[in-house]
Design a binder for this molecule. Structure first.
Ligand SMILES: NC(=O)c1ccc[n+]([C@@H]2O[C@H](COP(=O)([O-])OP(=O)(O)OC[C@H]3O[C@@H](n4cnc5c(N)ncnc54)[C@H](OP(=O)(O)O)[C@@H]3O)[C@@H](O)[C@H]2O)c1
Length: 414
């Protein structure tokens, strides 16, 4: 059997990291004990994946260490990386006694046709885990493979699977970030939440969840303000999720025209120059209106980055003198482990189910179009288009390295 894997040159190899290649290699004939062989049906692709690629070699993130590039056709794990993707697949062979051939699964896969994964002993009804002892323990959520048959959020219809691949990796970050903000009463009662890269799904899902909280709490005074690029301004406004939306060119003046209050800045862009302007705006307000700056994303990072910049907020001495608030990194697994001590498993499951059901019913009203791209040449061309034009927020990509004629979606009974 022939496998195909989408790979990217490592920036450290001196090659252009944007020159994606599709590598052909053999699927192993013999499956070692306690392994599964998956057919990766299809996967979502968004800026989130471009960020994984850009940080593939960065020491703190190491996204290229989840799946290894094959040694074939001039590629190797020294010269190439595999960018992880969130997708659905079916187990076609299993040598683990508790995981079965034919199971539908969702997880952090390689963009490939087939994927061989090791299975650790802690298999339960809901999930199994890929052992990755070379990575820090906090990466466990990425090692989890969800067994669809027992997943309360799973809906086998092809469109529901597509929406799951697109929103699930981002929505839970937004959801738990909002929960974390709410747990501090929005950092002591902040009234304005400013979000950069407002057209990204992570940002607008956060805006959506803040609005939801407002209506649950009957608190219409908490305003959500989005910052975006000029070309994405119309799209961002059309979502109807922000109280105000400004472009990066002229936001300084527009912010100054809003009523005074206490602000939180959630940075999804990770752009140093933009952050310096936001910081200067709040410094000029003079009465420390900014309660905190939260780093959530890095949409502006480039594929040739080896380490992200550490200069995206005020210097340590400005923070210690109280001139700027300190930059906080929101890391979902950390907050979730705190919430797991405070809430029962069933309470968390219920919160997630309610939020997910609401998202699935509301997301159809947003002007985001599913773009299904099937086949290796087509996927490579779509990737090259993203490199040329950037990601357009209206496009929600579902990709597969199988061809057009394949019957996608669940083929076995759950
Ligand atoms: N902290 C976490 O655990 C976590 C979890 C999930 C996602 N994230 C991060 O959230 C960010 C958003 O991901 P997403 O998948 O939601 O994004 P998305 O929906 O694909 O967002 C597309 C938007 O990103 C911006 N963008 C895309 N390419 C760009 C480029 N080359 N240069 C500058 N801006 C670009 C543009 O927004 P604007 O024009 O509005 O700037 C564009 O409309 C990513 O950096 C992702 O890694 C973090």
């Amino acid at each position: 059997m022939e496998n195909l894997i989408l790979c990217h040159p490592r920036a450290s190899s001196g090659q252009d990291p944007n020159q994606a290649i599709i590598v052909k290699c053999e699927v192993p004939q013999t499956i070692p004990n306690d392994h599964v062989l998956l057919e990766v049906d299809r996967f979502g692709f968004s800026t989130n994946n471009m960020t994984y690629q850009a940080l593939g070699e960065a020491l703190h993130f190491r996204y290229f260490e989840f799946h290894h590039a094959p040694e074939a056709e001039g590629a190797s794990s020294k010269t190439h990386g595999v960018t992880p993707v969130w997708g659905f697949g079916t187990i076609i062979k299993s040598t683990h006694p508790k995981v079965h051939t034919g199971e539908r699964v969702y997880g952090y896969f390689a963009p490939a046709r087939y994927l061989l994964l090791s299975v650790s002993p802690d298999v339960n009804k809901y999930a199994f885990f890929v052992p990755r002892p070379h990575l820090p323990p906090d990466r466990r959520p990425y090692n989890q493979i969800t067994r669809c048959a027992a997943d309360p959020l799973y809906d086998p219809s092809p469109t529901a699977e597509d929406l799951t691949m697109l929103y699930r990796p981002l929505f839970w970050t937004s959801f738990w970030c909002e929960d974390w903000l709410n747990s501090s009463n929005y950092k002591g009662g902040s009234t304005h939440i400013l979000i950069s890269s407002a057209s990204s799904k992570t940002a607008f899902c956060l805006a959506y969840l803040i609005r939801r909280r407002n209506s649950l709490q009957g608190s219409p005074t908490r305003r959500v303000i989005g910052l975006t690029s000029t070309k994405n301004l119309a799209f961002t406004k059309s979502l109807g999720l922000y109280d105000h939306t400004f472009d990066y060119v002229s936001f300084d003046t527009s912010l100054g025209n809003l009523p005074r209050g206490h602000w939180i800045y959630v940075d999804v862009a990770g752009n140093d120059a933009l952050n310096a302007r936001v910081r200067d705006h709040f410094r000029a307000c003079g009465d420390s209106e900014l309660a905190t700056c939260i780093a959530l994303g890095l949409t502006n990072i480039s594929a040739s980055t080896i380490e992200p910049s550490s200069a995206s907020w005020g210097s340590d001495s400005d923070v210690s003198q109280g001139i700027d608030p300190k930059l906080e990194h929101f890391f979902m697994p950390e907050w979730l482990s705190i919430r797991k001590q405070q809430l029962s498993v069933s309470a968390i499951a219920q919160m997630q189910k309610e939020a997910w059901t609401m998202l699935m019913s509301d997301c159809g009203t947003w002007s985001v179009t599913l773009r299904r791209i099937y086949g290796p040449d087509q996927v490579k061309a779509a990737y090259e288009e993203i490199v040329r034009r950037g990601l357009v927020p209206e496009d929600a990509f579902v990709w597969s390295l199988w061809g057009e004629t394949r019957e996608y979606g669940l083929k076995v009974k759950l």
